[in-house]
Each structure stands twice: as structure tokens, then as C-alpha cells.
Design a protein. Structure first.
Length: 408
């Protein structure tokens, strides 16, 4: 890969534009698949009478699958390549989606968790393949910006999926959907996933050569492979996942528990407010990162997220509700930025590091469980202490990264 000044300013190297577009399409698909989960939480609270803590099991099983499947996914991709990894992930996701039909026919909440686990296994393979691959399709200095642009399509998928599933579950007469129709959104996505898998079977993605970083030469490679930037990044990524998934999971509850909005209105606020800002933040952040140091933008966004969640906890009525929506702008660039900074310069160990980082998504199981418990025993405003605490950890990492960058 060339490293001249011209290529260094491009988000995507010219020779990798087509692979970038193909892989980016996957971000849209799994964004839509994950966004439905946040609507299902409130839906099952209303239709099956489960508590906030119980409804959080939806996120727990999906992100537990990420934790358990991350290392095997990395091994699969390292052995068979990105294309086979993508096809496997798509097919496994489709299987999990089709299992929704028999699972929902029983009308038992716990049965629905089984297909969600299979679905999560498919998603972790997709993400383990796609995230590091995108960072390598251009100059290392623009890796975070490139991943932010790709991840913005994840946000676009979330917007459409949350809006459509909200209308499906909460729109119209307000009557609950039938047991079998609850599976409809996932059956539609499963069909799309299989069609995309067939496309990838006939496509050949270029395998990008991983350059060897300076510190990786010699016999001491194994000991020096993962330094402070990666280890702190691992902690920061878990913390971010706790914050992001907790807020997404109980956003509708936060907007509806005091009667401020109806579930249908809260879904629109989530999709056309928070998630739309989330997508826009990733696009703008990715473009800015080709002009401004990634670490500076990251630090500003971390400060903004802490301030917005603090305002959301304040109980200031409309101000609190708007603050939680605005928080989506500031948190938007965090996952791809932390991910890119943590694996920067790891060379041939990138796949291994990436699969380890994908285990951090287990934060999506920890956060909702803790926030759901606090919501059941106190209030949703108090429960926001969970994402506030972990956003402070992300802020600490952004400061650490900024200082490291300034010292070079």
C-alpha cells in the first residue's frame, strides 16, 4: 500500500473503493438487525408483562454471543479469509432469524432468547471480519475516519429499522402484534442476508497485506505486541459498549415512564432523533478526521457525552430528554475510533487483536442488566448513572490517546 502524501489524505485508497463499498453494505444490515432489539425491550414489557431487568435479557444473550464467539470468529477469518467469514456470518444470522418463527409460536419470553443467541453469533463473525478490514483499505492515519464513515451506514440501518419496527409494534390501533408476526422483521432481514451471502460467494475480496510495525521485529514480538494503547483501549471499548447499549435499550423507557411520550412517539424520537444524529455524527466525524487529529475530535466528543448524560440525569424535563438525544452525536464516533486507535500499528497481529476487541461487546450484556435493575428499583434518571460512569472511562482513554499523540 502506498504511503505518499496524496494517499495519506484519502479516506479510501483508489484500488480499494469497490471492496470498501461492499463491506460497508454489511454495516447497514447489522445496524438494522441490532436496532430492532431496542424496540423489542419495551414491546415485551407491554405484551408479556416482563420487568425492565427481564427485558434486558434480550441484549444479554446477543452480546454474550459476541463475547463467546469473538475468538472463534477471529480464528475462522484468519484461517479462511474475510470473504468466507462474511458468508458464514450472514448464513448464521439468517438461521437465527428463521428460528424466530417456531420460538415465538410458544408465546414464552425465554424461548425467544435462543434464536437471539444464534443471531448474535452470526453478527460477531460479521463484525470481526468487517471492522479491521475497513481500517486497512487506505493509509493508517485515516483508519479511524474510514471506519467512522463505514459505521455511519450502521447508523443509517439503525434509523430505518427502529422507525419501521416501532411502527410495526406500536403503530396503528395500538394492539399487540400476533405471536407469529413478531418474527416478521427478522424473517425479512434473513432473506436479505441470504441474498447478500450469495453475492459474496461470487465475489473475490482482495486480501490486504498487513504491514509489520517497527516494534514487531525480532524475537520479542510476542511480548511487545499489545501495549498500553491496546490494553486501555480494550477497557475503554467495554465501557463504551456499556454506555451505548444501556442508553439504546432503555431510551424508550426513559421517554415514556413519566408520560412525556407514548411508546410510538418515543420510537420516532429514537430513530429520527437520536439514531439520525448518531449517523450524522459518524459521517461528519469521519470527514473531519482527514483534516483534524483523530485524538482531538475523540476527546471533545467524550466530554460532550459526559455533559449530556449528566443533564439527562438532572430531571429538568424537556432539557433532560433533549440532552439524551443530543448525546447520540457525541457518542457516535467512539466505537470505530477506539477500535482503530487500539489496533493501530499491530501489523500481522491485527486479526487477533480485533477478535479480542470484539469480546468487548459483552459490555452490551452488562450495562442493560445493571441499568434495568436500577430502573426497576429507583428511576430511569438514576439508572443513567451506569452510562455516565463508563463514559468517564472513555473520556480518560481519549485524554490518554491525545497525550500519547502529542508526545510523538
Amino acid at each position: 500500500m502506498t504511503t505518499d502524501k496524496t494517499s495519506g489524505t484519502r479516506l479510501v485508497a483508489r484500488e480499494y473503493i469497490i471492496p470498501f463499498i461492499l463491506i460497508t453494505s454489511l454495516f447497514f444490515l447489522w445496524g438494522g438487525a441490532r436496532a430492532i432489539l431496542d424496540v423489542l425491550n419495551k414491546h415485551y414489557q407491554l405484551t408479556m408483562g416482563v420487568s425492565k431487568t427481564q427485558s434486558s435479557y434480550i441484549q444479554v444473550v446477543v452480546y454474550l454471543a459476541y463475547f463467546l464467539g469473538a475468538i472463534p470468529a477471529g480464528m475462522l477469518i484468519k484461517r479462511l479469509g474475510t470473504r468466507i467469514g462474511v458468508i458464514t456470518g450472514l448464513c448464521l444470522f439468517a438461521v437465527g432469524s428463521f428460528l424466530f418463527l417456531p420460538a415465538t409460536s410458544f408465546g414464552v419470553f425465554e424461548y425467544i432468547l435462543c434464536p437471539l443467541f444464534v443471531l448474535g453469533c452470526g453478527l460477531v463473525i460479521l463484525e470481526t471480519a468487517a471492522n479491521p478490514y475497513v481500517t486497512l483499505l487506505g493509509h493508517p492515519r485515516t483508519a479511524a475516519g474510514r471506519l467512522n464513515i463505514a459505521q455511519s451506514f450502521n447508523g443509517l440501518g439503525c434509523v430505518f429499522s427502529a422507525l419501521l419496527s416501532g411502527l410495526f409494534f406500536f403503530g396503528g390501533s395500538g394492539e399487540s402484534a400476533s405471536r407469529s408476526s413478531i418474527a416478521v422483521p427478522y424473517l425479512i432481514i434473513a432473506g436479505i442476508m441470504l441474498a447478500v451471502a450469495v453475492c459474496f460467494m461470487f465475489l473475490k475480496l482482495p486480501e490486504v497485506i498487513l504491514s509489520q510495525p517497527e516494534h514487531e521485529s525480532g524475537s520479542g514480538t510476542g511480548k511487545k505486541a499489545f501495549g498500553a494503547m491496546f490494553i486501555f483501549g480494550f477497557i475503554a471499548l467495554i465501557s463504551y459498549e456499556i454506555s451505548e447499549i444501556s442508553i439504546n435499550t432503555f431510551f424508550i423507557n426513559f421517554m415514556t415512564d413519566d408520560g412525556f411520550l407514548s411508546p410510538a412517539q418515543a420510537t420516532v424520537a429514537l430513530s429520527m432523533g437520536g439514531l439520525l444524529l448518531f449517523m450524522a455524527g459518524r459521517v461528519i466525524g469521519g470527514l473531519l478526521m482527514s483534516r483534524i487529529a483523530t485524538e482531538k475530535i475523540f476527546c471533545i466528543c467524550a466530554i460532550g457525552a459526559v455533559v449530556m448524560v449528566s443533564l439527562a440525569m438532572s430531571g429538568l424535563g424537556v432539557v433532560s430528554k433533549v440532552a439524551l438525544i443530543v448525546c447520540y452525536v457525541f457518542e457516535s464516533i467512539m466505537f470505530p475510533t477506539i477500535f482503530a486507535l487500539a489496533i493501530r500499528g499491530l501489523g500481522s497481529r491485527t486479526e487477533t487483536a480485533s477478535s479480542i476487541l470484539m469480546m468487548c461487546v459483552v459490555g452490551g450484556a452488562i450495562g442493560p442488566l445493571a441499568m434495568g435493575w436500577m430502573g426497576d428499583h429507583f428511576s430511569m434518571s438514576v439508572a443513567l448513572a451506569v452510562p455516565l460512569t463508563t463514559f468517564l472511562v472513555v473520556l480518560a482513554y481519549s485524554i490518554f490517546a491525545l497525550r500519547r499523540s502529542a508526545a510523538k
